[in-house]
Ligand binder design. Structure first.
Ligand code: PMP
Length: 361
């Protein structure tokens, strides 16, 4: 068996230790007589998994007590769609800062139900930058301000998310949660699909200040009501128990590895190594994002001669480096280097890039 270095943007590489533990517990979880996904989510085994996962996530992310944690199916997109139903009154507007594809998606999800305003957008410049805070057109009566902390496709990341005053700030951290320490108290809510830094696809996490859950919101089914979900411990209906369990293993692994401070240090080194490989290639490779907005998690890059793209991908695969093809929206290449990507993997990619350039430059 040979596992490649996997640069997939999501679903993404999981730590080998997590996969091995899941494998070991696959046929029988502890002494349950069955696997964790074959037994009731209301039984003692799964309830213990669910509660331990939340406790570990609270430790990992230093989640303050006045924030609730909700685990949901439906991915980050569903969270995006439910934000206005839960947190905006009928007729109330919300402000969206759009710095890439996923900010646009967030806006699209809410357009049918809310007056979603584009407070700032970098689309005119091809999403290569973050509009300066001075140019954001925020309204004091907005229900919330939405930002995308890290744009997974365009490779644009806020280094510091600016303050927006008294209006709650809601941030999509799908592709950068747990990648570095974060002061959650600055946000009304943050959310993330799990399939990058937190584990497998099929579950998302919403971390929300409890007072926001008291907002009346808009008419909605109970299943779309976060207050009801919290009261039911995220088990208003059958939860994605396997995904929740895998998320728990991944969070535990991050704690065992030293927590977010340790990953922040590794991620800074990994990103620096990869951008140096691109910038030092004399134009053979290029990344077009403004230096101070470059993502540490997703690094899009282009070959100067795009006719070499297929050869690059095929030879990378032979070298044990997979999933480097860029998103169809942008083309080119993209290396996603989340917490589970070891520094050796990024070094192997940088070495391969240099070697490929020597053979084709
Ligand atoms: N936001 C961001 C930043 C993403 O990267 C993604 C998915 N790649 C989404 C939202 C959508 O997530 P999901 O597929 O879980 O709905």
């Amino acid at each position: 068996m040979s596992r490649a270095y996997n640069f997939s943007p999501g679903p993404a590489a999981l730590p080998e230790a997590v996969l091995r533990q899941a494998q070991a517990e696959m046929l029988e979880y502890r002494d349950a007589g069955a696997s964790i996904v074959e037994i009731s989510h209301r039984g003692p085994e799964f309830l213990e998994v669910a509660r331990r996962t939340e406790a570990d996530l609270r430790t990992l992310l230093s989640i303050p007590d006045d924030y609730a944690v909700i685990f949901t199916a439906g991915g980050a997109t569903t969270v995006q769609a439910l934000l206005p139903l839960n947190f905006a009154a009928p007729g109330q507007a919300a402000d969206y800062v759009v710095t890439g594809h996923w900010g646009k998606t967030a806006l699209k999800q809410v357009a049918p139900v809310i007056d979603a305003r584009i407070a700032a957008s970098s689309e005119g410049g091809g999403f290569r930058d973050i509009p300066s805070r001075a140019k954001w057109m925020l309204s004091a009566d907005a229900a919330y301000v939405h930002v995308t902390a890290n744009e997974t496709i365009h490779g644009v990341e806020f280094r510091d998310i600016p303050s927006v005053g008294d209006v709650p700030l809601i941030a999509d951290f799908s592709s950068s949660i747990a990648s570095e320490p974060l002061d959650i108290s600055r946000f009304g809510a943050i959310y993330a699909g799990a399939q990058k830094n937190l584990g497998p696809v099929g579950i998302a996490v919403l971390i929300v200040r409890r007072d926001l859950l008291q907002r009346a919101g808009q008419p909605r089914a109970p299943i779309f009501d976060y207050r009801a979900q919290l009261e039911a411990e995220s088990m208003l209906n059958t939860p994605p128990s396997w995904n929740w369990y895998m998320l728990g293993l991944t969070v535990k692994w991050m704690l065992d590895e030293g927590g977010v401070a340790e990953f922040a240090a590794q991620n800074a080194r990994k990103a620096a190594l990869l951008y140096a490989a691109i910038d030092g290639s004399g134009g053979f490779y290029r990344n077009e994002v403004a230096t101070d907005a470059r993502s540490r998690m997703n690094v899009p890059f282009f070959l100067h001669d795009e006719s070499l793209n297929d050869a690059f991908l095929a030879q990378a695969r032979e070298a044990g480096l997979i999933s480097l093809k860029g998103h169809r929206v942008l083309g080119g290449m993209r290396a996603s280097i989340y917490n589970a990507m070891p520094e050796a993997g990024v070094q192997a990619l940088a070495d391969f890039m240099k070697d490929f350039q020597q053979r084709n430059g």
